[in-house]
Design a protein around this ligand. Structure first.
Ligand code: FRU
Length: 511
């Protein structure tokens, strides 16, 4: 009886919450699958860490405006990486500066001595950005600070002896990503420093020793390096461990503006070395930036889970949303594979995402020759899985497009001449004054064999494309003046067979 009453009570509470959220989160363009702040500005995800049944997401947040400004750490928690509960702002600016990007870890061994009653502290290490010093023309205005929480991230105490890593006189000196290494029994911090990364080590998170620098002449250098990450990853199906370095760069991404490159190599506790000279990219779309991975995922789970900011500095402050501005990408699992003896990262949606599927309809085989009506009266969010077979020749272009009654559209497909997947946003309905948003973005791709798999996850104002189970990913936003209601298949100059597939209706995370 007691049980029935309490479950009824819980159901009642949930009911109330859902009613609220439905109203609150139904604005035009408001993502229904992706995390967004309740209101105002967000950029990078920060301090992603798992602790005691909760995934924590902190994020760059300006609570007074929908454009970037003095940064705070916003906060949300989730039990399943998909549905997030908003919590009050976690870390506020103080006399040392605004709170820029950084990371969080659980200090299981209490190396900081900041734990209490046998409970490990949650430690956040972030960049202080001192606006006053910057305005005075000084170059030492970014340094690393530490805050800790003894109540599951709900309240934070700033470390009394901040900063823990002072600035050596370098303007861009930020975005510490800290992790414990079982192998080396030390903490490591990777930091973005202008055009390279610095790797530091520590016994206690409070004092840091510079071990090495990486990247001066390696990878992409079209802009400043930001938000790095460094972690070991097993090569799928083997016992070989490689180290992965993620480095965001702005500008200088393959399709303009912000993007995240990565390097696969080895780390000996001091230096990171790679054979790779050219950058590889986590996502070739325009809208996946500053992504890093969660800390402290339990060993028996073992995943490397990544989330990025679904935006691009070229137009982040201008995208036509009200109330809030900025979202994360969907959480993705990173796996390490090889092809033609080259390493690459495969990105797939986390398995928890599957719980959002409310109905799934299989698609019968059809031949596409020109335009073919596919889904009318489509309701986003939706997932579309398409398995193509190339019969004779590949058509010049083929794929899918989303269209509304005003002929605004977004085209997602493969371009034979360009040997690339593409997302064509030229007619999506919105552009920034510099015309950097409404463009075609490309991902070079070597088609091998006659089969091709495309997975599309379409939310109210974004599409995420995964090719061949995550061999490549592309994430782009779109802002039509009226919702896209029709989805069509197409091929240009040639035919292609859609062998089979699925259309999956997805539940909004607010319902
Ligand atoms: C990346 C970034 C970081 C910085 C933060 C400031 O988008 O520029 O380098 O810490 O945003 O909000």
């Amino acid at each position: 009886m007691k049980f029935i009453y309490s479950s009824l009570f819980i159901a009642f509470l949930f009911g109330c919450k859902n009613q609220d959220s439905k109203k609150e989160y139904s604005e035009k363009y408001r993502p229904q699958l992706h995390f967004t702040p309740k209101a105002k500005w967000m950029n990078d995800p920060n301090g992603m860490v798992y602790y005691d049944g909760e995934y924590h997401l902190f994020y760059q947040h300006f609570p007074d405006s929908t454009v970037w400004g003095p940064m705070h750490w916003g906060h949300a928690v989730s039990k399943n990486l998909i549905e997030w509960e908003h919590l009050p702002i976690a870390i506020y600016p103080d006399s040392l500066g605004w709170i820029f990007s950084g990371s969080a870890v659980i200090d299981w061994k209490n190396t900081t001595n900041l734990g209490k009653d046998g409970k490990p502290p949650m430690i956040a290490i972030y960049t202080y950005h001192n606006d006053k010093l910057e305005k005075e023309g000084r170059s030492n205005f970014q340094y690393q600070g530490l805050a800790y929480s003894l109540d599951k991230g709900r309240t934070w105490i700033k470390y009394a002896k901040n900063p823990v890593l002072p600035n050596p006189g370098i303007r861009d000196f930020r975005d510490p990503k800290v992790s414990w290494s079982e192998q080396f029994q030390k903490w490591f911090m990777i930091l973005a420093v202008v055009d390279h990364t610095n790797i530091y080590s520590s016994e206690n998170l409070l004092t840091w020793k510079l071990e090495s620098e990486f990247g001066y002449k390696i990878g992409a250098h079209g802009g400043v390096w930001e938000c790095p990450d460094l972690f070991p990853l097993k090569l799928e199906g083997t016992d070989i461990t490689k180290w992965v370095m993620l480095v965001s760069i702005n500008p200088g991404a393959p399709n303009g503006g912000s993007g995240t490159q990565y390097f696969i190599g080895d780390f000996n506790g001091k230096t990171f070395k790679t054979q790779q000279e050219v950058a590889k990219w986590i996502d070739y779309g325009k809208d996946n930036y500053a992504g890093v991975t969660f800390s402290d995922i339990p060993l028996n789970d073992g995943r490397r889970i990544f989330m990025g900011w679904m935006n691009n500095w070229q137009y982040a402050n201008l995208i036509p949303t009200n109330i809030w501005r900025g979202a994360t990408t969907l959480p993705r699992s990173l796996e390490l594979l090889t092809e033609n003896s080259e390493y690459f990262l495969k990105t797939t949606l986390v398995k928890e995402f599957e719980n959002l599927v409310i109905s799934s309809q299989s698609i019968e085989s059809k031949v596409v020759n020109g335009e073919l009506k596919f889904i009318s009266d489509a309701k986003f969010p939706i997932e579309i899985d398409l398995n193509f077979t190339i019969e004779n020749e590949i058509p010049e272009k083929f794929g899918v497009f989303l269209i509304n009654s005003k002929n605004e559209k977004v085209v997602i497909g493969f371009d034979k001449m360009k040997k690339s997947f593409f997302i064509d946003n030229t007619k999506n309905g919105w552009d920034n004054p510099k015309k950097e948003f409404a463009i075609v973005s490309y991902t070079p791709y070597n088609l091998i064999g006659d089969k091709l798999k495309m997975k599309l996850v379409i939310d109210k104002s974004s599409v995420e494309l995964f090719v061949e189970n995550g061999k490549i990913a592309m994430t782009n936003q779109f802002f039509p003046s009226e919702e896209f209601r029709n989805i069509q298949l197409f091929s240009e100059n040639g035919t292609i067979q859609l062998t089979n597939g699925f259309i999956k209706n997805l539940k909004s995370i607010y319902k």
